[in-house]
Design a protein around this ligand. Structure first.
Ligand code: 2PG
Ligand code: MG
Length: 437
């Protein structure tokens, strides 16, 4: 047993310039674990609360209260505990704040602490974090397939387009490095196309281009052209992935596409998205309906669950019970795993395990507010997750995660790259084996 010697929280700053929490956990043997809480902009109502001070200062986003709770309540409770017993550590955090969304201590204070303990234990064992995660949870490590944003929209780009993330994946790549190369070509081809057409407004929250398109379809058309300009045939090595983030523009089965000034009900949105699936090589779609629209999500999954990956993010908020419920309902076939949505490492791993039990895919994801923290690159690899979503292909809070994967790849060897493994059950997977779409 290596006991925790100290837990120290401090205020640092994230990629949007907002305050956030960093935690140092020092063990009795001198090992140090450090982690930083990320922050979402399009947040599920059931996810762990980001505790902020409110008021006028720092636009209400101060973390003084969360830090006070961390240093005065969390730290004394954890000191002396066995750091290697991640579950007991996380259960202690939950006992200190048993509210469903962690509103007393804050998910931000808790997640940074929980992850810092995980780092400290890996350091104490002299292991890379991914190796510690694989050993601790009995998983077979493999490098995930990146899901990379080309255009940002929704809450990450002033709602200039309704759909939040227009992304690509390169499931036909042989290595992680090959994915990076193809992505570079597509990303810059997209930028060139947009600037030549006068629809490039800048860079969105996660590093993707901030577009000025007239419709969501124009975004999809431009993405197809960019893939072609990069020398690829859309749907072969490169495919499209969308995060609709429908909770951002719909409630109770009513949706409003602001770009086209169009209101629709759940059935109409399902039909619209279905027509996109028929037209474009989209292999994965996240939160196609709102977090409160279970009938819509079930209907969408019934229609498309056999041909595309349907990910629950705001819909499942990295919660094992919600994953099990969705499986029983017939909604979704994959879960997005965001540790800060759950609040602790153990709860995030439980959601991951529930997804695996259900025979689902699992995608580890960053938040739109990020930092230099690379924990998720290791978690995705150590758990053997199918994909990793960290935003786009610029800005260091994103690139630091891709670059960390390249280092991990050297330790692992390329034959452990997940590539299109998780997409075997989709039209893309069937196409690889010569079957029809
Ligand atoms: C999402 C994430 C990342 P946010 O919706 O999947 O794109 O966004 O962190 O703002 O919730
Ligand atoms: Mg999402």
């Amino acid at each position: 047993m290596t006991a925790i010697h100290s837990v120290k929280g401090r205020r640092v700053w994230d990629s949007r310039g907002n305050p956030t929490i960093e935690v140092d956990v020092r063990l009795e043997d001198g090992s140090l674990g450090r982690a930083i809480a990320p922050a979402g902009a399009s947040r599920g109502t059931r996810e762990a609360l980001d505790l902020r001070d409110g008021g006028n200062r720092l636009r209400g986003k101060g973390v003084a209260n969360a830090l006070r709770g961390l240093n005065e309540r969390i730290a004394p409770a954890l000191i002396g505990m066995n750091a290697a017993d991640q579950l007991s550590i996380d259960q202690k955090l939950l006992a200190l704040d048993p509210t469903p969304i962690k509103e007393n201590l804050g998910g931000n204070a808790m997640v940074a602490t929980s992850l810092a303990v995980l780092h400290a234990t890996a350091a104490s064992a002299g292991k890379s974090l991914w190796q510690h995660v694989a050993d601790h949870y009995g998983c077979t490590a493999s490098l995930p397939l990146p899901e990379i944003q080309i255009f940002g929209g929704g809450a990450h780009a002033g709602r200039r387009v309704d759909i939040q993330d227009f992304m690509i994946m390169v499931p036909g790549a042989k290595s992680f490095d090959e994915v990076m190369e193809v992505t570079n070509e597509v990303y810059f081809a997209a930028g060139d196309l947009m600037s030549s057409r006068g629809c490039l407004a800048g860079v969105a929250d996660e590093g993707g281009w901030w577009p000025e398109f007239k419709s969501n379809e124009e975004a999809l058309e431009t993405l197809i052209l960019a893939i072609e300009k990069a020398g690829e045939k859309p749907g072969d090595r490169v495919v499209i992935s969308l995060d609709v983030a429908a909770s951002e523009f719909g409630r109770e089965g009513r949706y409003r596409l602001a770009l086209e000034d169009r209101e629709m009900d759940s059935g109409e949105l399902i039909d619209l998205l279905g027509s996109w699936l028929d037209t474009y090589p989209i292999v994965s779609i996240e939160d196609p309906l709102g977090e409160d629209d279970t009938p819509g999500m079930v209907e969408f999954t019934k229609r498309h669950g056999e041909s595309v990956q349907i990910i629950g993010d705001d819909y499942l908020v990295t919660n094992a019970d919600l994953v099990e419920q969705a499986k029983a309902d017939g909604a979704c076939n994959a879960v997005l795993v965001k540790v800060n949505q759950a609040g602790t490492v153990s709860e995030a791993v439980q959601a991951f395990s529930a997804a695996r039990q259900a025979g689902w895919g699992a995608i580890v994801s960053a938040r739109s507010g990020e930092t230099e923290d690379v924990s998720i690159s290791h978690l995705a690899t150590g758990l053997g997750c199918d994909q990793l979503k960290v935003g786009s292909f610029t800005r260091s809070e994103r690139m630091v995660k891709w670059n960390e994967c390249l280092r991990i790849q050297e330790e692992l060897g390329t034959d452990t790259f997940a590539a299109g493994r998780a997409l075997r059950g989709t039209w893309w997977g069937r196409k690889q084996t010569g079957m029809n779409r």
